[in-house]
Design a protein around this ligand. Structure first.
Ligand SMILES: Cc1cc2nc3c(=O)[nH]c(=O)nc-3n(C[C@H](O)[C@H](O)[C@H](O)COP(=O)(O)OP(=O)(O)OC[C@H]3O[C@@H](n4cnc5c(N)ncnc54)[C@H](O)[C@@H]3O)c2cc1C
Ligand code: SF4
Length: 526
């Protein structure tokens, strides 16, 4: 079977808010542009997982008339609560300025992306769901001139089966990488062009892992538009993280837990911390007569301003979470993903891609990211010092403190050895409010042909399972990694595409690569 090759003006990898906003802006600027968007999910939105509270700044700029376009943006944020938890009590503090949500909306990002995708198609943008981009195509001058999608229909030994179809070569004048957090091609391109070493000041990127559930709760527990964030219990004061609880339409509750992947104890299990959190006396009543209807997990970028790599490379640009545009104290990246996509489009239209960063620096995105740069690294001294430093930075210096705190080490280097760490014993699930990983997975609607090659690549197939007591068993929220007879077994078909293993493995032994296009979870509606 011959390999198909296609040509377009701009190829965009990833149909999230960044990729779709870039595509739409390009067509708004010039309806004649031939724009193609490649998406690894079986449909737009299938692999999109977020909180999500939308700050509508970028949406207002992209579609000033979005309210008349049936955008799935209905639930206005009406109340913000910020709680510090101990194991039995909760203390309500004034909501920190960055976490105030007046004027924002609680949305389902997966449905929002489906809507953006439809708007994009109305403008003539070609979207190809089910196509996972695996590689870039370079010319003889080391410039990217296209991308390649993965082969379909290979078996476990990479032999061709009867449904074999070679990947497509998509050539383009420019490529926009919009793969979201820890994009697999973005990671290769950043390393290839050493974009993270272009400046000595760039800190290692740092990440968090978010676990999310969607519940239908009893009307007497539901308060439409209410937003609650918590910090503290069940995490110790040296582990960064907390919960989000969003009351959205149809008596639904989006509830989740995010933990910084710079945690130190290899026995920590983020999924289990979340399950335990739901039993807190302040939280538990929410689940009276309630039903869990969705489950998923996804990593998010926490490095902020000081971890941004060089944003342009020969032939293309990094946008959205592929670059790391996320306001960590706000836990908001959607507006930044959209805005960076729009600025990338405007930069391509102007004709000189090397002006992308300078163009971004003229926008609210850059000012906003710069202003919160010291908040996340301030928590390395613990929860209370972190909150105090955040208050000083926000209220005393208005984000303009004359220093920038760096992230010192990458997340994979932060674990203490098992010998020097305390074992954590988690309670057994009650199967009403708390669950185990396997019974949660069926709510992620995973489709994955298990005959395909393993997409989780080990450099060393017999890794050291002793020094850190095989933490992949715990940080993976999908029970992909299990130890059987002292060997690592990989249940690749469970993978939620969260990318935590690629980030956190202490030996950097695991590389996440895209499985066959269309494989993976379906987070539609989550
Ligand atoms: C738990 C959690 C809660 C959050 N809460 C909020 C919130 O309340 N408000 C907020 O503003 N932000 C929130 N965020 C952050 C926000 O979701 C992200 O910043 C935003 O989604 C980034 O958009 P993006 O387009 O860059 O990437 P993504 O939304 O991740 O989209 C990337 C797309 O690219 C596709 N893709 C990736 N690799 C490939 C490939 N190789 N080939 C083809 N397709 C590919 C993916 O399948 C996906 O569809 C949250 C994030 C998490 C994880
Ligand atoms: S295998 Fe890796 S990417 Fe897949 S769910 Fe587990 S940690 Fe996430």
């Amino acid at each position: 079977m011959t390999q198909e090759s296609l040509h377009c003006d701009i190829a965009i990898v990833g149909a999230g808010p960044a990729g779709l906003s870039a595509a739409i802006r390009l067509k708004q600027l010039n309806p004649d542009y031939h724009v193609c968007v490649l998406e690894k999910g079986a449909e737009v939105g299938a692999h999109i997982l977020s909180g999500a509270v939308l700050e509508p700044s970028a949406l207002n700029e992209l579609f000033p008339d979005w309210k008349t376009r049936s955008a799935p943006v209905f639930t206005e944020a009406l109340q913000d609560d910020f709680l510090v938890l101990t194991s039995t009590r909760s203390v309500k503090l004034p909501t920190p300025k960055p976490m105030k949500n007046h004027g924002n909306y609680i949305i389902c990002l997966s449905l929002f992306c489906k809507w953006l995708g439809k708007e994009a198609e109305k403008l003539g943008i070609e979207i190809y769901p089910g196509f996972a981009v695996t590689d870039a195509i370079f010319d003889e001058n080391n410039k990217i001139i296209g991308v390649k999608t993965g082969d379909m229909g290979l078996d476990k030994n990479h032999e061709k089966t009867s449904r074999y179809q070679p990947g497509i070569l998509l050539y383009a004048k420019h490529i926009l990488l919009a793969e979201g957090c820890r994009g697999s091609l973005s990671k290769k391109i950043i390393a290839h062009y050493q974009l993270d070493k272009s400046n000595k000041q760039i800190s290692p990127p740092t990440y968090g892992l978010g676990i999310k559930e969607l519940w239908e709760i009893s009307p007497d527990q539901h308060q439409l538009g209410k937003i609650v964030h918590t910090v503290g219990w069940p995490l110790d004061h040296h582990t960064y993280g907390g919960s989000f609880i969003y009351h959205l339409e149809n008596h639904q509750l989006a509830i989740g837990f995010v933990v910084g992947l710079d945690y130190q104890n290899p026995y920590l299990d983020i999924f289990e911390e979340f399950q335990r959190f739901k039993l807190h006396p302040k939280i538990k009543p929410l689940f009276k007569n309630a039903k869990r209807i969705g489950y998923g997990a996804r990593s998010l970028c926490e490095g902020g301003y000081q971890s941004l790599p060089k944003l342009d490379f020969p032939g293309g640009l990094l946008i959205g979470d592929s670059a790391g545009f996320l306001n960590v104290p706000k836990i908001k990246g959607i507006h930044m993903a959209m805005k960076s996509g729009m600025v990338a489009a405007e930069t391509l239209h102007q004709g000189n891609i090397s002006t992308y960063q300078a163009n971004l620096e003229q926008t609210w995105l850059w000012q906003e990211l710069y202003a919160v740069r010291n908040i996340r690294p301030g928590f390395r001294w613990g929860l209370i010092p972190g909150l105090i430093l955040a208050a000083i930075d926000t209220y005393l210096f208005s984000g303009k403190a004359p220093w920038t705190l760096r992230h010192k080490i990458p997340d994979y280097a932060s674990l203490k050895t098992a010998q020097n760490s305390k074992v954590i014993n988690y309670p057994k699930p009650d199967n009403t409010i708390t669950f185990d990983k396997l019974s949660s997975l069926y709510l992620s609607n995973i489709h994955h042909d298990h005959h395909q090659p393993n997409h989780l690549i080990l450099k060393n197939p017999n890794p050291d399972l002793v020094t850190y007591n095989a933490p992949e068993q715990r940080y993976c929220p999908a029970k992909v990694y299990e130890i059987h007879q002292e060997r690592l077994q990989i249940n690749a078909q469970n993978c939620l595409h969260c990318k935590a293993c690629d980030i956190k493995d202490p030996f950097q032994n695991i590389t996440w690569t895209p499985p066959e296009g269309g494989s993976g979870p379906d987070f539609s509606g989550l």
